[in-house]
Ligand binder design. Structure first.
Ligand code: C2E
Ligand code: CA
Ligand code: CA
Ligand code: CA
Length: 279
């Protein structure tokens, strides 16, 4: 038994060791990825519950690594946050998403906002607002056509300052979405003071919603709460017609998920919008 145990720990150690080595290489490769043009943005449609139309897009980053192929943001964003590369990546994502949205508008696609995920670290950079202003000027995108998605965790660092930044953004007509709502800290105790426009229910609340009566009670209560606070409520990660039907009954305002479309490269996204029949 002892031998087996040792074997396990050797195996386990080498797993950890491999993981660590891989992370170190990825973290190192991140530095050149931006200049090497290895990042690209995919776009996932947001669907309006009332009209069934595409009324937005969320930009999601992909890393085309020369050796490893596509690396998920769930893997490299935390590494980029550790190393500080996230600031350059977020800036690139913002510029690229704004440029792309302006370009769709010029091609005659209906006007809709593009949503960009902003890391907590970036939210506290004093240059955030000047940077966004510069990018909007450079790309010519109207501020109403940009949404920032931040997670609840963003605010635990410094609520006072965070609320100030959000108020400044609101004055610029940029909308703010509370991402992964319900999975972080302090959501309820802070909610009434946050100048946000939207709350996004994490996929973990949507999974199994139809079968699980406790889960559905929570979702029902959260949607009601959101509406009381004049927020629009978006459900992410909808995969089945049952989930969609259920969330429609609960009067969720917007939908996102594989049921409608996976995140798509920009060209495919615009084709999707053109051929989409919301009825
Ligand atoms: P998130 O903001 O919660 O984004 C939603 C994630 O769920 C995306 O994963 C999306 O592809 C996936 N998803 C959407 N619909 C479905 C569905 O129906 N089923 C399933 N199983 N998944 C669905 P993705 O693109 O891998 O991104 C993971 C996370 O990485 C994001 O979670 C976000 O926190 C972060 N992220 C992605 N792009 C960026 C970025 O440009 N900047 C920053 N700072 N973070 C990003
Ligand atoms: Ca998001
Ligand atoms: Ca997120
Ligand atoms: Ca999520």
């Amino acid at each position: 038994a002892k031998e087996q145990g040792d074997g396990f720990y050797h195996f386990y150690d080498s797993l950890i060791e491999n993981q660590r080595a891989e992370n170190m290489q990825l973290e190192n490769d991140l530095k050149s990825a931006l200049h090497g043009g290895q990042f690209t943005l995919y776009y996932q449609p947001k669907i309006d519950a009332g009209s069934g139309e595409v009324i937005g897009a969320e930009a999601l980053i992909r890393w085309m690594h020369p050796d490893f192929g596509v690396v998920s943001p769930a893997k490299f964003i935390p590494l980029a946050e550790n190393s500080g590369t996230i600031l350059d990546i977020d800036e690139w994502v913002l510029r690229e998403a704004c440029r792309q949205n302006k370009s769709w508008q010029s091609q005659g696609l209906a006007k809709f906002p593009v949503a960009v995920n902003i890391s907590a670290r970036h939210f506290y950079q004093s240059n955030l607002i000047p940077m966004i202003t510069r990018i909007l000027n450079e790309t010519g995108l109207a501020p109403e056509c940009l949404v920032l998605e931040i997670t609840e965790g963003t605010l635990i660092h410094n609520v006072e300052y965070g609320v100030q930044v959000m108020e400044d953004l609101r004055k610029m007509s940029i909308h703010i979405s509370m991402d992964d709502f319900g999975t972080g800290y302090s959501s309820l105790s802070q909610l009434d003071r946050l100048p946000i426009n939207e709350m996004k229910l994490d996929r973990s609340f949507i999974q199994g919603l139809v079968e699980d009566s406790k889960k559905s009670s929570i979702v029902r209560a959260v949607i009601e709460l959101g509406h009381h606070m004049d927020l629009r409520v978006v459900a992410e990660g909808i995969e089945s017609p049952d989930e969609l039907r259920y969330l429609t009954e609960l009067e969720c305002d917007q939908f996102q998920g594989y049921y409608f479309s996976k995140p798509l490269p920009s060209q495919e996204f615009s084709s999707f919008v053109r051929q989409w029949d919301g009825s």
